[in-house]
Design a protein around this ligand. Structure first.
Ligand code: ATP
Ligand code: ZN
Length: 302
């Protein structure tokens, strides 16, 4: 059995994660959630002084906004759409018959106006653009959402529904690149205070297909994405537990996000993968929170 499957099995046995029969779709125990809540408090303590505006969206995005985002161009393999039954009574009879016979009953489901959120910050850009020009110092937002990505896996750190906590900065090029650097430094320090070994490296998004290779190379060459890596199931293949993304003026242009002087805004976001961070803590300090080092417990619950 590989390391990923055995860690997943140990998490199930201990009841920290709850098997649903679908890879990457898990229940979480109170203890698991308590670790995430404690880590989010650490995020609040670290970022709180910046005075970000907190906004929470449910884990669904307006389909029109999703279409405009261009997500299907880059990551069609990861997207999840919400479909519903929209038929008449006769259609309903056919649907039940289809289910009874074990046929594919989903074919007649129709797309709704909702798509599952692929990254926590996606619903933010159109929301802020609708307000008009940004304030004088730009904008800073605190976001958290469940996100969906269709990437079933036995690796407990690769889930299909997981939470991302993000800070998003909109402003001048300097505003947003300074913001990103600040969070890279803070991220490293935060992980050290909870006893995790970290490394920061340049990264790329999993763009689809052959054309995607070029986009990925371009993203790397321009240092647009960094990840904070922590060993979870393997010391050799570390897991990205935070990411730091600079979008240049791409989102500003796409969504019509402008500075107070009317110039196009630059944007950057930093994301914490909350389940991955909890899993990194369990992998490093053991599955029994009572046994974690006192300094780590103090930082999280002190
Ligand atoms: P990876 O390269 O591991 O697939 P990614 O580049 O797709 O990650 P981002 O799109 O930057 O990740 O997402 C922001 C953060 O969300 C990541 O740094 C990670 O911590 C977390 N994350 C991403 N995908 C998953 C997943 N499938 N399960 C759990 N957490 C995830
Ligand atoms: Zn983001």
């Amino acid at each position: 059995m590989d390391m990923q499957t055995s860690f997943l099995d140990r998490l199930f046995e201990k009841g920290l994660l709850i098997d649903t029969g679908v890879d990457g779709l898990y229940g979480r125990s109170g203890q698991f959630e308590d670790v995430i809540t404690a880590f989010e408090r650490l995020i609040d303590r670290t970022g709180g002084i910046d005075g970000a505006e907190a906004i929470r969206f449910p884990p669904g995005i307006n389909r029109a906004h999703f279409e405009k985002s261009g997500y299907m161009k880059s990551f069609p393999q990861l997207a999840g759409t919400v479909h519903s039954f929209c038929g008449c009574e006769l259609d309903h009879i056919n649907l039940l018959k289809c289910m009874d016979e074990g046929d594919d009953w989903t074919k007649e489901q129709k797309a709704t106006d909702i798509v599952l959120t692929p990254a926590a910050c996606y619903p933010l850009y159109p929301t802020i653009a609708k307000r008009g020009n940004l304030p004088k110092d730009g904008g800073l937002y605190d976001i958290q959402s469940y996100c969906f990505r269709h990437e079933p896996s036995k690796d407990p750190a690769r889930q299909q529904l997981f939470r991302m906590r993000e800070y998003v900065r909109m402003g001048t090029e300097k505003d947003v690149t300074d913001f990103r650097q600040t969070w890279m430094d803070r991220g490293v320090k935060m992980m050290e205070t909870v006893g995790l070994d970290v490394e920061i490296d340049v990264a790329n998004d999993p763009f689809f297909g052959r054309a995607g290779k070029m986009l990925a190379n371009n993203q790397r060459d321009q240092n647009l994405k960094f990840e904070l890596l922590i060993p979870v199931t393997s010391a050799a293949n570390k897991t990205a537990c935070m990411s730091f993304n600079y979008h240049q003026d791409a989102f500003g242009t796409k969504w019509g996000l402008n500075l107070d002087n009317g110039q196009v805004a630059h944007t950057a976001c930093v994301g914490f993968g909350l389940e991955r961070i909890a899993l990194a803590l369990f992998a490093k300090h053991g599955l029994d929170v009572q046994e974690w080092p006192a300094t780590v417990r103090e930082t999280l619950w002190g």
